[in-house]
Write a protein that binds this ligand. Structure first.
Ligand SMILES: [Zn+2]
Length: 268
């Protein structure tokens, strides 16, 4: 991913997505917003932050990427694998009007002018773009979503609902907690081992007895490949949210006293 710096504001973009000229998109950082305290400064979910600051933060980030913050759409996220087809009637839901879309961890659309938004603080952001059929999606893939294979499910839905070809789909795996830092217990490691033959390549024993280090990016990459995505069409951020917690909100570092990062994407 490429780092973009505009005065105080910092965000990231996938070069493969940018090159198509078909989308406006980004992954946010902590930098460049107006929130204070543990939300400092570019917090993009309401939590206990001042609502007017969160709205202002959206305005700042959307202005920078050329989107209209009033066209954002978001759901709550519940660490499952349900994906919602967003329509024009949904624009503004979450930020401008009540949230309404609930219990969805993936958002998808083929309609220009809708800014899809998903939230993060260590979980894995997955971006999808079919430049031929002009379909976009974002999926929130924490360890639970990854076990459930939300990335593969998103690909399948693009194929079944919009007639996409897997060979055409570009994927982006954004900043999340890295294999350097993501310690999980035996149960979580076992859940992956039972579900995926390739899991052992992405899980290694930690120094602490009974604990393992999980590579969420590698796991998601293999899940996408198993769904038919070409490896060369997957761009992966090398940032770890925990290592870079001055730049990125990390739940493992800050606990619940923190803001949220966001993935944004809009078809032009
Ligand atoms: Zn790390």
């Amino acid at each position: 991913m490429k780092k973009i710096v505009k005065n105080d504001l910092i965000y990231f973009v996938f070069e493969s997505f940018e090159k198509t000229g078909l989308v406006r998109h980004c992954f946010s950082s902590r930098k460049g917003g107006v929130s204070e305290g543990c939300y400092e400064s570019l917090n993009l979910s309401f939590r206990e932050d001042k609502p007017e600051n969160v709205v202002k933060n959206y305005q700042i980030l959307c202005d920078a990427i050329g989107s209209d913050y009033r066209n954002t759409v978001f759901s709550d996220q519940v660490h499952r694998d349900d994906i919602y087809d967003v329509t024009l009637a949904d624009r503004g839901k979450g930020l401008i009007t009540p949230r309404e879309i609930t219990e969805k961890d993936g958002l998808m659309t083929n309609i220009p002018g809708i800014v899809l938004v998903t939230f993060y603080a260590d979980c894995t952001p997955l971006y999808f773009l079919d430049p031929i059929k002009k379909v976009i999606a974002l999926s929130h893939s924490g360890w639970r979503g990854t076990v459930l294979g939300i990335g593969a499910k998103t690909v399948h839905k693009m194929v079944s609902d919009y007639g996409c070809r897997t060979d055409d789909i570009l994927c982006g795996i954004g900043p999340c907690i890295g294999k350097c830092c993501y310690q999980v217990d035996e149960k979580v490691a076992g859940d992956f081992g039972r579900r995926y033959a390739f899991a052992k390549e992405h899980i290694s024993p930690d120094e602490e007895r009974g604990k393992y280090l999980l590579d969420l990016k590698g796991m998601n990459k293999d899940i996408l490949i198993s769904a038919g995505i070409r490896p060369e069409n997957i761009e992966i951020s090398d940032l770890c949210t925990k290592c870079e917690s001055d730049l990125l909100f990390s739940h493992r570092v800050m606990g619940s006293q923190r803001g949220s990062l966001a993935a944004l994407m809009e078809l032009i």
